[in-house]
Design a protein around this ligand. Structure first.
Ligand SMILES: Nc1ncnc2c1ncn2[C@@H]1O[C@H](COP(=O)(O)OP(=O)(O)OP(=O)(O)O)[C@@H](O)[C@H]1O
Ligand SMILES: [Mg+2]
Length: 325
C-alpha cells in the first residue's frame, strides 16, 4: 500500500528518497511522540543542553567492511561551526548522515539537544535538521521554489508563509526570487544549484545545519561569496553547523573547531590555531600545512626571483623547484 501510494505521488516519492517520509520498516520508537528538536535548542529553553550534538563512541560497519567510522566521540556546542576534515573515504559523510539517521550507527549513541536520536522518530528528526547533500541533490522535476519549500510543505506550513520564506531565502543566497523561483534545476549553473541546496536546508528554520561539501562544485569567486553568506546567515540565525569538506582553506576560514578524520577515526579536534600549533600526528600536520605550501608555491610563481620565495623551495614542495629552476 505504501509503495503504491508512493509510486503515484511524485512529491512523496522524492521525499521518500530523501527519507523525509517514513520508509517501510524504519524503526520509529513507540510511546512518546517525536520531540521537537528545534524547540529545545536555545539556551534557557526547556531541555537545552550545552552539547548540541554529542557523538559518543559511534561506529559504523557496512556489510563485509571494516569500520567506516571507528569509535568516534565528538561534542558540538550550540552555535558552533564544526568542520569535519579528512581525505576521501575517511568517514565524513557517514558521520554526518548518522547525526540525522540517514544512516544508522552500528554502535554508540548520538544525542541531539540532549536527546538520544535512537529514541526519536527519524523522520521528524530529519525534518528539523537542515541537510545539504554532497553533490547538491535537488529534486530535478521540481521548480526551484518547490525544492526550497520541500520540508515546510511536509510540515504543513500555510502556503503564504512558505512563499514568503522561499523568497527571503532565495534572495539571501544571492538568487533574486523573481528571477529564479520558477526555474528548473536544469536551468541553473552548478553554483546556483548549490545555493538552492543551502536555501532548502535552511527553509524550515532548523537550528542545526549539516552540510556535506556544500561548495564543492563552484568557482572560487562564487565559493568565497557563499562562504561569506554562510557566516552571515549562521550568525543571524544562531545556527549550529557541522560542515564536511576536504578543502583545508575552507575549513580554516569557516570553522570554530576542526575535527580531522582519517580512516574512520578522529585524529584530532581543536581550534584551527591549536591544530596548527600542536598537531598530534603527521596527518594533521601535513593537512594544515597544505595552504601554506600552496601560498609559497604561488609566491614562487608570482615573484620567481624573490629571495623570500626562493627559500620556499627548501620546504620540500616539488612544484616550487620546477618553477625556480
Ligand atoms: N553504503 C555503503 N556501503 C558500503 N561501504 C560504504 C557505503 N558508504 C560508504 N562506504 C565506505 O565507507 C567509507 C567512508 O565513506 P564516506 O562516504 O563516509 O567517506 P567520505 O569521507 O565522505 O569521503 P569523500 O570525501 O570521498 O566524500 C569508504 O571506504 C566508503 O567506501
Ligand atoms: Mg563524502
Amino acid at each position: 500500500m505504501n509503495i503504491i501510494r508512493l509510486l503515484f505521488n511524485q512529491e512523496d516519492l522524492l521525499a521518500h528518497l530523501y527519507r523525509l517520509v517514513p520508509i517501510s520498516g524504519e524503526r520509529v520508537p513507540s510511546g512518546k511522540p517525536a520531540s521537537c528538536v528545534d524547540d529545545r535548542i536555545r539556551p534557557g529553553t526547556k531541555g537545552y543542553r550545552p552539547g548540541m550534538i554529542s557523538i559518543r563512541e559511534v561506529s559504523k560497519r557496512y556489510p563485509g567492511q571494516v569500520r567506516a567510522v571507528d569509535r568516534l566521540s565528538l561534542e558540538v556546542s550550540a552555535g558552533e561551526t564544526l568542520v569535519l576534515l579528512g581525505a576521501s573515504g575517511s568517514g565524513k559523510t557517514t558521520t554526518l548522515k548518522m547525526i540525522n539517521r540517514l544512516i544508522e550507527p552500528s554502535e554508540g549513541q548520538i544525542l541531539v539537544a540532549g536527546e538520544d536520536t535512537a529514541r526519536l522518530d527519524p523522520v521528524q528528526l530529519r525534518r528539523r535538521i537542515g541537510y545539504v547533500f554532497q553533490g547538491v541533490g535537488l529534486f530535478p522535476h521540481w521548480r526551484v521554489a518547490d525544492n526550497v519549500a520541500a520540508v515546510p510543505r511536509l510540515l504543513a506550513w500555510p502556503e503564504e508563509r512558505i512563499r514568503a520564506r522561499v523568497d527571503t531565502l532565495l534572495t539571501s543566497v544571492g538568487l533574486p526570487a523573481d528571477e529564479y523561483r520558477e526555474r528548473w534545476p536544469s536551468e541553473l549553473s552548478g553554483g546556483q544549484r548549490q545555493r538552492v541546496g543551502v536555501a532548502r536546508a535552511l527553509a524550515a528554520e532548523a537550528k542545526i545545519l549539516l552540510m556535506d561539501e556544500p561548495f564543492g562544485a563552484v568557482d572560487p569567486v562564487t565559493r568565497d561569496g557563499l562562504q561569506r553568506e554562510l557566516v552571515a546567515v549562521r550568525e543571524l540565525l544562531g545556527l549550529t553547523v557541522v560542515l564536511v569538506t576536504h578543502d583545508v582553506t575552507e575549513a580554516l576560514l569557516l570553522a570554530d573547531r576542526i575535527a580531522v578524520m582519517d580512516e574512520g577515526r578522529l585524529v584530532q579536534v581543536g581550534r584551527p590555531a591549536e591544530l596548527y600549533a600542536r598537531p598530534k600526528s603527521g596527518v594533521v600536520e601535513r593537512l594544515l600545512d597544505m595552504p601554506r605550501r600552496q601560498t609559497d608555491r604561488l609566491q614562487a610563481i608570482v615573484h620567481p626571483r624573490d629571495p623570500e620565495a626562493g627559500r620556499t623551495t627548501e620546504t620540500g614542495t616539488g612544484g616550487s623547484d620546477e618553477v625556480l629552476s
